[in-house]
Design a binder for this molecule. Structure first.
Ligand code: SF4
Length: 277
């Protein structure tokens, strides 16, 4: 059996950075809180909890000397409240790409633009961006049909949730050109998700089956899995080696890819189990 990894897989830049900050905080304080699970990977969150990084759901539950704010970013008021806590340190692990989107939204807002955000309104990242541009409009679908309530708007500033497809941003931008006198577009799409999908599709041309590794709650892992659906390759989504089906034995060449929140140790676990089959 030949096993081949995708050229891009696993932790993205933002997740790697946040993870590093948690490990550094653990070395310093032995026990830290994360506001929500650090990443969408239950096994890694569990492992970190055993090391002392305990997820909490709200600032009222803080029970450690330091708190880590995760990659999606938090609302501005939550950040301010966290800074007022009687603890030793607030570690802001907001991904730099998300922080950039927050800053751009705020600049648009302060410069008097009508801010439009392409994204999912319930997503924590969009909620965090919204707090920097009050009254911004969030557009998630029906891109072509989008309309402002008052017809043409003078100044519009458009940006995107970092994980939205660039194609959607282009469609919305084209619509907004018709609805505004001045349109400024900030391309805040992060290419980590896209890069993993493209690498997986390349891999699909060279193998008979692909194993996609990632947590069940990880939407980018799900998107990675779905991005392979139109390819002539068998695709399996697993959380770890324990989920590998014996069915895989019938394939000669097997590819491996992993979502942006899948740690290297789980990728290695799957890889070595496949090698031993
Ligand atoms: S997917 Fe992109 S924006 Fe999101 S955490 Fe990773 S690097 Fe940052």
């Amino acid at each position: 059996m030949i096993i081949k990894r995708a050229s891009s897989l696993g932790f993205c830049y933002g997740v790697r950075l946040a993870h590093k900050k948690v490990i550094e905080a653990l070395n310093k304080y032995q026990r830290v809180n994360t506001l929500g699970p650090l990443i969408h990977n239950e096994r890694e969150v569990k492992r970190l909890a055993q090391l002392g990084a305990i997820p909490i759901n709200s600032l009222d539950e803080v029970n450690a000397p330091a708190i880590v704010l995760r990659t999606h970013g938090v609302r501005r008021d939550v950040l301010e409240s966290a800074k007022k806590l009687a603890i030793k340190e607030v570690i802001d692990a907001t991904c730099p790409h998300v922080a950039k989107a927050q800053n751009i939204a705020n600049r648009f807002y302060l410069d008097g633009f009508r801010v439009v955000i392409l994204g999912e309104i319930e997503h924590p990242e969009v909620q965090s961006i919204l707090s920097y541009a009050p009254n911004a409009i969030v557009v998630s679908e029906n891109l072509q049909n989008f309309n402002f309530d008052k017809g043409i708007v003078k100044k519009v500033g458009l940006l995107s949730q970092t994980t939205q497809p660039i194609e959607k941003l282009k469609i919305l931008a084209a619509r907004l050109v018709e609805l505004s006198q001045e349109l400024v577009i900030a391309n805040t799409v992060c290419f980590a998700t896209r890069k993993r999908q493209e690498a997986a599709r390349e891999l699909a041309k060279e193998v008979d089956a692909i194993v996609v590794i990632g947590g069940k709650a990880s939407s980018n892992t799900k998107k990675l899995y779905l991005s392979l659906s139109s390819y002539n390759v068998a695709v399996y989504q697993v959380e770890g080696a324990m989920d590998l089906p014996l069915d895989l034995l019938k394939y000669e060449r097997i590819g491996i890819t992993a979502g942006a929140s899948t740690p290297e140790w789980i990728i290695e676990e799957v890889e070595s189990r496949l090698k031993s089959l």
